[in-house]
Design a binder for this molecule. Structure first.
Ligand code: PHE
Length: 355
C-alpha cells in the first residue's frame, strides 16, 4: 500500500467514527482543503516523468471523488441523527395535564361576552346563536327593512353572491327572526356574535361584535326595556350610580326606537363612567315592530316585546380603557398579554365580574 493510500485509509476511519458536523468539517479541510492531502498530492505531479503523469492524476482524482462522496453521505447521516435526537428530546406527551396554566390569556372581547351573558342569565335570559353567513331575508326583509334602505347598500353590506341573497350579517338582529321562527312565545334571549360591515377607522372595523337581546311576552312595555338596560349597565360597569339617557332614533324593526347613551367624564385621559357631562352611545333598542312579529307568525295583539343591540367591542374599550378598536384584531401577543384575562377567572355575579 502506498503512502497516500495508507493516509487515506486512516482518514476514512476517522470520518467513519466522526459524530459532529464541526469535526467532519475540519477533517474535510485536512483532506480536500486548499492545503489538504489531495492538493499536496497533486503538487507532486510536476516532479513526475511525463508517462506517469496521466495515471497518477487519474488515481488522485478518483480518490478525491470517492472521498467527496464519503464526506457528503457522512454529513447527511450526522444531520439526520441530530434531528432524530432533537425530536426524541423534545417529545411531549399531549395526554399529560398542563402544568403552567398562566400561559394563555382570554381576549377582552371573550371576557366581556362572558360577563354580559352572566349578567343577563341572572334575570332569566338564555343564550342563542346564529350563523355569520346569513340570507338576505333574515338580515333585512323579515326585519321590516325596506328594499331601498341605505343599510342594504353594497358599501355597507358584504354580499357573498351576485344576486345579493347571501351576505355576512350586518347585525345580530337576524337571530331574533331565527329564534321566533323556530319557537313559540314567550321569548327571552340574548345572542352574542360577530357582525360585518364595510367600514374601517379608529372606532370601526369590518368585523365587530354585537349582542342582541329580545324579550317577547304578554304586556311588555318600554318600562321593562328601560329597567332591564339600567340593571345591565350598572352590573356591567360594577358601579351603583350611572347616568343613562334614551335618545329617540329609528330602526325599521322597532317602533318606537331609541339609542342609549351613558354619561362619563375624562380624568387624565381615563374614562370615569357615571359622572360628568359627556355622552357615549352604546346601544340601539326599541319595541319590536308589529311587522316583524307578523313575519314570525306571532300575533302582535297578544304578544309584544323589546329588542336591543349592544356594541360589545365598544363596551370592552370603555370598561378596560382600550382606545383603539383595531388593536383588538391585530393578534399581537404582547397586547393580549397586557389586556387579556386569566382563563381560570371565570366571571360570576357572586364573585365579581372582572375581579
Ligand atoms: N341592529 C341594530 C344595529 O345594528 C341595533 C338594534 C337591535 C336596534 C335591536 C334595535 C333593536 O344598529
Amino acid at each position: 500500500m502506498s503512502e497516500i493510500e495508507k493516509k487515506i485509509d486512516e482518514y476514512k476511519n476517522k470520518i467513519d467514527s466522526c459524530s459532529k458536523v464541526e469535526e467532519l468539517d475540519s477533517l474535510k479541510s485536512d483532506v480536500l482543503g486548499k492545503n489538504g492531502l489531495i492538493n499536496i498530492e497533486f503538487k507532486k505531479l510536476s516532479d513526475l516523468p511525463v508517462e506517469e503523469k496521466k495515471s497518477f492524476a487519474a488515481n488522485i482524482n478518483k480518490i478525491k471523488h470517492e472521498l467527496s462522496d464519503i464526506f457528503r453521505l457522512k454529513l447527511v447521516e450526522i444531520l439526520d441523527k441530530d434531528i432524530i435526537d432533537k425530536v426524541k428530546k423534545e417529545k411531549v406527551d399531549v395526554t399529560l395535564p398542563e402544568k403552567n396554566f398562566k400561559i394563555g390569556k382570554v381576549h377582552p372581547v371573550s371576557q366581556v361576552i362572558d360577563e354580559i351573558s352572566c349578567i343577563f342569565s341572572e334575570i332569566g335570559f338564555s343564550v342563542e346563536e346564529g350563523p355569520d353567513v346569513e340570507n338576505e331575508y333574515n338580515n333585512f326583509t323579515a326585519l321590516n327593512t325596506p328594499e331601498n334602505h341605505p343599510a342594504k347598500d353594497m358599501h355597507d353590506t358584504f354580499y357573498l353572491d351576485q344576486d345579493m341573497k347571501t351576505l355576512l350579517r350586518t347585525h345580530t338582529s337576524p337571530v331574533q327572526i331565527r329564534t321566533m321562527l323556530k319557537g313559540k312565545p314567550p321569548f327571552k334571549i340574548i345572542a352574542p356574535g360577530r357582525t360585518y360591515r364595510s367600514d374601517s377607522d379608529q372606532t370601526h372595523t369590518p368585523m365587530f361584535h354585537q349582542l342582541e337581546g329580545l324579550q317577547i311576552d304578554k304586556n311588555i312595555n318600554m318600562g321593562h326595556l328601560k329597567g332591564c338596560l339600567n340593571y345591565f349597565i350598572k352590573e356591567f360597569f360594577e358601579i351603583d350610580k350611572i347616568k343613562m339617557r334614551f335618545r329617540p332614533s329609528h330602526f325599521p324593526f322597532t317602533e318606537p326606537s331609541a339609542e342609549v347613551d351613558i354619561g362619563y367624564r375624562l380624568e387624565n385621559n381615563k374614562i370615569i363612567i357615571g359622572e360628568g357631562d359627556k355622552w357615549l352611545e352604546i346601544l340601539g333598542c326599541g319595541m319590536v315592530h308589529p311587522n316583524v312579529l307578523k313575519n314570525c307568525k306571532i300575533d302582535s295583539n297578544k304578544f309584544q316585546g323589546f329588542a336591543f343591540g349592544i356594541g360589545i367591542d365598544r363596551l370592552a374599550m370603555l370598561k378596560y380603557g382600550i382606545n383603539d378598536l383595531r388593536s383588538f384584531f391585530e393578534c399581537d401577543y404582547r397586547w393580549l398579554n397586557h389586556y387579556g384575562f386569566d382563563p381560570l377567572d371565570v366571571p360570576t355575579n357572586y364573585r365579581g365580574l372582572s375581579r
